[in-house]
Design a protein around this ligand. Sequence first.
Ligand code: GLY
Length: 560
Amino acid sequence: MRKSALFIFSILLLINCTQQKVEVGVITDKAMVVSAREEASKIGVAILQKGGNAFDAMMATELALAVSFPYAGNIGGGGFMVYRKNTGEIGALDYREKAPLAATKDMYLDSIGNVIEGKSTLGSMAVGVPGTVAGVFAAHQKFGKLSVEEIIQPVIDLAKKGVIVTQKQEDRLKKHTPAFRKANKETILLDNNWKKGDTIKYNALAETLSRIQKNGRDEFYKGETAKKLALFIQDNGGIITEEDLAKYEAKWRDPITFTYDDLKIISMAPPSSGGICLAQIMKAIEPYDLHSFGHNSTKAIQVITEAERRAYADRSHFLGDPDFVKIPRNTLISKEYNTERMKSFSFEKATSSSELSHGTVDFNESTETTHYSIVDQYGNAVSVTTTINAAFGSKLYSSELGFFLNNEMDDFSSKPGVPNMFGLVGAEANKIEPEKRMLSSMTPTIVEKEGKLFMVVGTPGGSTIITSVLQTILNVHEYDMGMQAAVNQPRFHHQWLPDDIKMEPKGFSEKVKTNLQNLGYALDETNSPVIGKVDAILVLPNGKLEGGADHRGDDTAVGF
Ligand code: GLY
């Protein structure tokens, strides 16, 4: 807890420049897009340069990621958007996938009640009703300036021209090819031994996008694309129907807002757990002097870990789709509740997760994903996290339509008490019900300081999303780092169960690790080579923008 010293930050910028480290990100005068691929950031910026606003750029960037970053970018998945307009107006859009009408609570269990391995993660049964096309059209309809035709054309051009394979993409394709073969009856476009430098042309996706450009969002939900999509999923043994697609609607939600020192944080509401969990952790750590403890010091890691442990225990119990479950939202994010939760914490010894359950709340009064941040030349900001859940989603790919389908159904709790692919243990609040949205960790966030736009931030990473967003904000606010430096820092993560601190390898000193182990913390550096890929924008004291594009991926900041 401290007031940031921004002059120190400016000096650090200078020092960093002279050291020639990539510690300072791209700096622009007034507008920026930071996303997982340069092609998508460039298309978003080109839309801004044509006079479009952040919401136009959202549609362009999201669809360009579907072309250039099929690993997580999508039209076969869903997402969340948090915005702050130049007037200070804030809001949030939920275009999360839904369970199909024919979904049932036990659909992933065998006859004796055990979870059938792979059924909620691979192939047609894992697919939730996609929301992305509805989402970008809802945002555009409410706030967009340019025509849909103008916005989508460069994306179609990119799909036809093709996208060059990077080394990271080559590695990812190689890793997931066996799963592509398991999930699909025929060889798919991405199963072609693609190498760095090759160009992949996405002609089928270009055709689908051309129909959407011509016929609008209903093309995906009620048109030729909807018919082909429902038929394709059913042909592969799935249960999504034309009716499921026709009934899908994106929903405007009230974002979660709270203060931390002199910051106002605006983040995603349920069905994402992101905003509530982030608020719980930040409210729990606010009374501690993290700045004086030092960045990634034993004491700072202890406090943050214990706050995370308690927030994730609550996440499992209380959070789900707000249209189906009652969430004690105000209590969970209150200072009083989180101070009470931290009373069992002592610097002398790690709390054991087995001794810690969810808190008591009075009900009287939510890994692979991608994030992009946008600030436009008018001062509007948009923070978007979008996903098909796992890498390449369910791996089920429609060759006719040109895209992967999500495996978001795995974000429901298939069976209370049994962990999902992120190791998150779910409860009744997140059980499967027809048309329900599965609980998410996505945390698109905007930060205000002194009533003005300060930061736009978010990341992929499944359950580690919330803690990566947290640490990025703290790196700037508590430790006076610039945006790129804040993104670069090694990260750690605790989520109640499993009861260990995941750490990026080689990121933490031996002394700190030994201290933590002596206090009873189990450390895991093996399962988390990368925690999050944060793409963020910081408004500098002189009003310019600094991008933080994560070196852990091919992420790129572009602007003017
Ligand atoms: N599928 C990851 C999330 O929604 O959190």
